[in-house]
Design a protein around this ligand. Structure first.
Ligand code: SF4
Length: 327
């Protein structure tokens, strides 16, 4: 591991000011991804700004009925919180579907959203990777790409985003609150992560030094009827081949409203708006679900080893929504 400096701040503004000292500086949350990448020489920060004691570790109900989750809340505390489990079970299920108990105890909500892809080439500094070293090429396109994207990829990168939590948060219309050198802002989760395009080195829209301070879950009553389904190569401690986060508002058998997001298929959590639009206003039948899922996946462009993800995603959407309908 390369040498680096270490600083602690006492509040978000102080952390932002410390980070501004170097373009190579990085925030340190739980460290469960960043420290691994430093050991692999993939991440080379010259300064780490520790966020312990800086970002909130509380989960609170807001006056409008929403819920605010501090960015410093551990993944374990988020999954165990009674308010989250009652209001948004999909969030608790997604968190419990990821990592191990030990990692969830350390990993923070903010850090979970900003974890980097697990593309094997990205983590191997002996290979070409546009995300790690822009302009060097993408080893995955002609290489091992079974785990990688089928939607929204580019000729420069076909990586997937690894977070389960981010997929669930996209499905319940969550937003992140940030503070940075240019002030504070609120970013919908659907806009936090980005597609790779020609600059896949950027996973998200945050500026250097912009700190996530909280995640807001809006009042969405039907989020109580939500579910996360994760399909992976083994029963635990594995990233999603495909995952589905869904919530549905069913009235007299008709879909009044619905949210669907996919994980494991794109460079960002994939909000399935096309499928949602087709499902609203009609019954939640298997036939309609299949049609909606197929419409969502019509633009899928699988790689040499991952065409199986397209029917897997389609079937996962159908099964997850049928489960929510009680069938
Ligand atoms: Fe790098 Fe993206 Fe290609 Fe993986 S898919 S090797 S992360 S450029």
């Amino acid at each position: 591991m390369r040498p680096f400096r270490y600083e602690r701040a006492t509040d978000p503004a102080g952390a932002v000011a410390l980070l501004a000292r170097s373009p190579q500086a990085a925030f340190l949350g739980g460290g469960t991804n960043l420290v691994d990448l430093m050991k692999l020489d993939v991440a080379r920060p010259d300064l780490l700004v520790d966020l312990r004691g800086v970002t909130s570790r509380t989960i609170e109900e807001l006056p409008d009925g929403g819920v605010r989750v501090g960015a410093g809340v551990s993944n374990s505390d988020l999954a165990a919180d009674p308010l989250i489990r009652r209001r948004c079970p999909v969030v608790a299920q997604a968190v419990l579907g990821g990592a191990s108990t030990q990692l969830r105890n350390l990993a923070t909500v903010g850090g979970n959203l900003l974890q980097r892809t697990r593309c094997g080439y990205f983590q191997d500094v002996s290979t070409a990777c546009n995300k790690r070293e822009p302009g060097t090429g993408c080893s995955a396109i002609e290489g091992h790409n079974r785990d990688l994207a089928v939607l929204g990829s580019s000729p420069d990168c076909i990586a997937t985003h690894p977070s389960d939590l981010a997929v669930a948060l996209v499905a319940v219309d969550a937003a992140v609150r940030t503070v940075g050198p240019d002030g504070s802002r609120v970013i919908p989760l659907t806009e936090l992560h980005r597609l790779p395009g020609s600059d896949p080195q950027h996973d998200n829209v945050l500026a250097h030094g912009e700190l996530i301070t909280a995640v807001d879950l809006p009042p969405l009553p039907f989020a109580a009827n939500s579910r996360y389904r994760k399909i992976r190569d083994r029963a635990s401690y594995a990233f999603a081949l495909v995952s589905v986060a869904a919530a549905v508002d069913l009235v007299d058998g008709q879909v009044r409203d619905v949210r669907i997001a996919l994980g494991g298929v794109a460079h960002k959590p994939w909000r399935a708006t096309r499928a949602e639009d087709l499902l609203r206003g009609g019954p939640l039948t298997e036939q309609r679900l299949r049609r909606a899922a197929e419409a969502e996946l019509v633009d899928a462009r699988p790689q040499s080893d991952n065409a199986f993800k397209v029917p897997l995603a389609r079937n996962a959407i159908v099964r997850t929504l049928l489960d929510l309908a009680g069938e």
